[in-house]
Structures are given as structure tokens and as C-alpha cells.
Write a protein that binds this ligand. Structure first.
Ligand SMILES: [Zn+2]
Ligand SMILES: [Zn+2]
Ligand SMILES: [Zn+2]
Length: 334
């Protein structure tokens, strides 16, 4: 019997219909990204990218030269641009149509000099450094008074929208709070009004008690398949500690989070034949206030099935692998 599930945070409805699985779940191996030669993100090709704005590099190496460990620069084809100083942020209204200046920022974080090092094969200390760079760039980009939200995401594989294979993340500074985060804030607010508690904390407690959807646990983080997973093998990583902002990760949390990511992404790669995936960090908006009751988390969406007409047309999802089966399957290794 198919089951309709409602996500307690963003209220998305999902039809979990494992019966459809026999119809189609040919796991799709990751399609390679058709690549420019030479790779613009590899050491030695720094002149192929805009000038770096930040890099972890040992003494004796030079800006925009090789030798770096992690390198950050503005996206060559930015979705948004930093605003000119003193320029008014322009909002235009033409009768029914509203538009505004695409002010913000768009940066690329190259996570390693090694071209084909999967995050699952990186040392936790390296991943921890990448996470630390995320926090530094998020804080830096939020200094722009136009910026309302900083979104960090990762596209892995052609089907997930990656245009360069070399391991990298992107940071987008937006002049508004994106709708997916608005929905979560709204869901958290409603839940708090009804129950007096944080919905994310309660989800975590319920998941740990139930156990069927858990994929990874350490003393600081939990990785699990959400109850109303939108796509097969969707995963979430929640911090056990209630903290609104990812940027406020404490010194002792970087390595445990790196271990969680390494484990979870390794399972996705090894069990699912290295699929494309998107991951995103949901943190509190830049402005404080009511939003500070948010509980930051990471979402991981493997691109195994296509988003089809039903999803586009309804805003609902049909998921052909129940999250319980997905978690059980992902737990089978190690
Ligand atoms: Zn490369
Ligand atoms: Zn919480
Ligand atoms: Zn979220």
C-alpha cells in the first residue's frame, strides 16, 4: 500500500510507493562531466580562474600560484555580483512585475589540489579544513549589508549540475532568504507555537529512538534518511546540539562533522554505484531575531531518478524507495 508522508519541517508531501520500484530503479552510475582541458581548478592552472580571495597555502607559495591546499575565488560565471559601494539596491516595479538588482556574491571553494579525490577518500582533517573555510567565507560574505542569506552547496557529477569534475563547493550570497529556507523557518515557527520545542531537535530524538532510518551516529552528529524523503536515498545530517548557525560550529565539532560526511558520502558512493548528488547546508539567515531558533543541518540528495512532471506540477514527490529500506541498504557496508 503506498503511503503519503508529510515532512514535519517543510510540510512537503511525499508518496512513498515501493511497489513502483520493480518498474524502475536501475541505479544510474555517475556520468562523467564533459571537461575542459586542462582542468581550471588543478594546481598550475590558477590563471584560468578569477583571482583568489582566500587560500590555505604554506609559507613561500604565492597568491594565484600553485602550492595551495584549499583555494577560493569568485565564480567565473557568477549568478550574482557584489554591489558597487554606495550604490542603491534597486527594486523595480512595472505594474505586476517586480525585479531587483542581482546583488550578492558567488564563490568557488576548491577543496583539494587532487583532481579526482572523492570526499569519501579525503582525510577527516582535510574535510574539517574545508568546513572551516565554509564558515569563514559565510561570515565574510555576510558582511555585505545587502546579503540576507549565504548558501553553501555542492554539485557532484553531471546529473547534479557539476560542470567541473575537480572537487569543489560553491557559496552563493543572496539578497533575500531562499524559499526553501523560508519554508523551514515557517515550519519551525509553527511547530514551536504548537509544541513549544524545536522541530529539528524533536525529529532527531524520534529518529534515534526509532533507529530504522539511522545511517551514521557519533557523539556530535546523526546521519539519517528523513521520514518523508523526497528522493530515493535522501539523507540528512543533524547536529545533536541545538545551534541556529553552521557558522557557529565550535572548534571541537569540525572533525566529527567531517567524519559524518566522509562516512555518509562513502556509503552513497559504494552502495549506489557512485551516483551524482547535490548537498546543501541550511543555516539561519544573516539577520538575527526569530530566525535564530533555526537548527542548522545538511541535506544530501542523490540524483538517481529524474524529477518528472508530477513533481514539477504538484510540488509533491513520488519516492520509490522507502527511507527505511534506503537506510538499511546504506548500513550494509562497513
Ligand atoms: Zn582538476
Ligand atoms: Zn533544535
Ligand atoms: Zn533544510
Amino acid at each position: 500500500m503506498p503511503e503519503i508522508r508529510v515532512d514535519p519541517v517543510h510540510r512537503t508531501r511525499v508518496i512513498v510507493s515501493s511497489a513502483r520500484r520493480s518498474r524502475s530503479l536501475a541505479l544510474r552510475a555517475r556520468l562523467p562531466v564533459p571537461e575542459a582541458e586542462p582542468c581550471p581548478f588543478c594546481p598550475g592552472n590558477e590563471s584560468e580562474t578569477p583571482r583568489e580571495v582566500f587560500a590555505l597555502r604554506p609559507r613561500g607559495t604565492h597568491r594565484d600560484g600553485p602550492g595551495w591546499e584549499i583555494r577560493v575565488f569568485p565564480n567565473k560565471y557568477p549568478a550574482l555580483l557584489p554591489g558597487g559601494h554606495g550604490r542603491e539596491f534597486e527594486k523595480r516595479e512595472d505594474h505586476i512585475y517586480v525585479s531587483m538588482d542581482g546583488v550578492g556574491g558567488h564563490e568557488v571553494i576548491v577543496e583539494t589540489p587532487k583532481h579526482d579525490l572523492h570526499m569519501a577518500d579525503m582525510e577527516p582533517e582535510r574535510i574539517a579544513k574545508v568546513l572551516q573555510v565554509y564558515t569563514e567565507r559565510m561570515v565574510k560574505l555576510a558582511e555585505n549589508s545587502r546579503v540576507r542569506y549565504v548558501l553553501v552547496f555542492r554539485n557532484y557529477g553531471f546529473l547534479a549540475g557539476a560542470t567541473v569534475e575537480h572537487p569543489h563547493s560553491q557559496v552563493l550570497a543572496l539578497p533575500f532568504v531562499p524559499p526553501s529556507v523560508e519554508r523551514e523557518l515557517e515550519g519551525a515557527r509553527t511547530y514551536r507555537e504548537e509544541h513549544g520545542t524545536c522541530v529539528f531537535c524533536d525529529v532527531l530524538e524520534k529518529e534515534i529512538e526509532d533507529g530504522r532510518r539511522i545511517v551514521f551516529e557519533n557523539d556530535k552528529f546523526v546521519g539519517f534518511a528523513p521520514f518523508a524523503s523526497r528522493v530515493p536515498y535522501e539523507l540528512a545530517i543533524y547536529p545533536r546540539r541545538h545551534v541556529p548557525r553552521f557558522e557557529n560550529l565550535s572548534e571541537g565539532e569540525f572533525v566529527p562533522l567531517a567524519e559524518a560526511l566522509k562516512d555518509v558520502l562513502g556509503r552513497v558512493r559504494d552502495v549506489l554505484d557512485d551516483p551524482a548528488f547535490n548537498s546543501v547546508i541550511h543555516t539561519s539567515p544573516v539577520s538575527t531575531g526569530a530566525e535564530s531558533r533555526f537548527h542548522w543541518h545538511i541535506e544530501i540528495l542523490p540524483r538517481i531518478t529524474n524529477v518528472a512532471g508530477f513533481e514539477w506540477g504538484s510540488g509533491m514527490y513520488i519516492n520509490i524507495v522507502s527511507p527505511e529500506d534506503a537506510a538499511r541498504h546504506l548500513r550494509t557496508i562497513r
